[in-house]
Design a protein. Structure first.
Length: 356
């Protein structure tokens, strides 16, 4: 009896339309799990691969997509059999867990890491095979308030800003400034607000700023056409109005644009920290000596440590974070239209593509 094929949408070349193909089944290898995909979020990184010339590490043709939720249907030798039948989140970056970097707690930069949709086939398909070690089961408390497809964005859009806020050491009462609050930014706002910080959101789109306010931002500012010095002045005024400290600001660059990164760096003051979370191939000109002059720091994070996912899901289950208002469901067969809309900036919410 012939096993059924599985549906996949593949990138064949930069800028080329994604191709629908039926792929032959394969059993998970040692330490791997096959996940039936429930949902896969559309990330700026996916658009960068297709439209902006960013190269995937795996060879084309390749199934993109790294924000994956689903149900484990098969496991290979050595993988945890208790995962079978479990609803799970697949972390966007899957480290080996064994190397020197992993043992030192730097799992996000493991040189043997696997990123679905970059190193190997990803989640814009009916199934995906991934290393099983760091797959994160979803508690029933979370599924009581969220559908599994909605939780696909936890893999990256929620976990990455969660990691950035955690890395910054943001504490209650401090000021957090988010530059760009579409996509990952709106979740960063939620995390910072839940931490007890004073939150200011900056964007070019009033619709996204309205979302940020609904997510917990205490002040919002549309910076379209605004000179950087005026942005600094207005952020300072908003900070004063909120009663936030004048120094030690935590600034989070989420836009992945040249303008956003230049604005974020320009907001650095005494003892401030900058988290670079958005990605752009554009060159950015900044006065790097400001880091020295202000004793400021700048740091990026490549996804999130998979060990934070259980805690993050606890936050969602407890109602400290919510995913539902900021995602929208699309059939996987509409992937080309959704990619185009996302690329053109026409989507307000994070698109999640659902097979079947």
């Amino acid at each position: 009896m012939t096993e059924p094929t599985w549906d996949a949408w593949l990138m064949t070349a930069p800028g080329a339309p994604l191709e629908h193909r039926a792929l032959a089944p394969s059993r998970p290898g040692a330490g791997e799990a096959m996940v039936e995909v429930t949902g896969c979020g559309v990330c700026h990184t996916d658009l960068s691969f297709l439209y902006q010339g960013v190269k995937t590490r795996g060879e084309l043709p390749l199934v993109l997509g790294h924000e994956i939720s689903g149900i484990v249907r098969q496991v290979g030798d050595g993988a945890d059999a208790a995962l079978l039948g479990r609803p799970v989140i697949v972390p966007a970056v899957l480290p080996c867990g064994e190397c020197e970097l992993c043992q030192a707690g730097r799992r996000s930069i493991c040189r043997r890491q696997v990123m679905p949709g970059n190193d190997r086939h990803g989640g814009f398909a009916s199934q995906v095979t991934v290393p099983a070690r760091f797959i994160c089961p979803v508690p029933e408390a979370v599924l009581a308030t969220h559908e599994l497809w909605e939780l696909a964005v936890v893999s990256d859009a929620v976990a990455t800003p969660f990691q950035a806020v955690r890395n910054s050491g943001l504490a209650a009462g401090e000021l957090a400034v988010f530059v760009g609050v579409g996509g990952i930014g709106v979740y960063g706002v939620q995390v910072a607000a839940a931490t007890g910080a004073k939150v200011i959101a900056l964007d070019l789109d009033d619709r996204k700023l309205d979302q940020a306010r609904a997510a917990g931002a205490h002040a919002v500012l549309n910076v379209r056409g605004m000179a950087v010095k005026d942005v600094r002045r207005q952020v300072r005024a908003a900070s004063d109005a909120l009663g936030a400290p004048a120094h030690l600001w935590k600034i989070f660059e989420m836009s992945g644009t040249r303008g956003g990164q230049e604005t974020a760096f320009a907001l650095l003051g005494y003892g401030a920290s900058l988290a670079v979370v958005g990605y752009t191939m554009d060159r950015v000109e900044i006065p790097l000596s400001n880091l020295m002059a202000f004793e400021a720091t700048a740091r990026g994070n490549w996804g999130a440590d998979p060990l934070i996912y259980p805690e993050l899901l606890q936050w969602i289950g407890a109602g400290r974070l919510t995913v539902k208002p900021f995602v929208e469901r699309h059939p996987l067969r509409e992937i080309s239209a959704v990619f185009e809309a996302a690329h053109e900036g026409r989507l307000l919410k994070r698109a999640v593509l659902v097979p079947g």
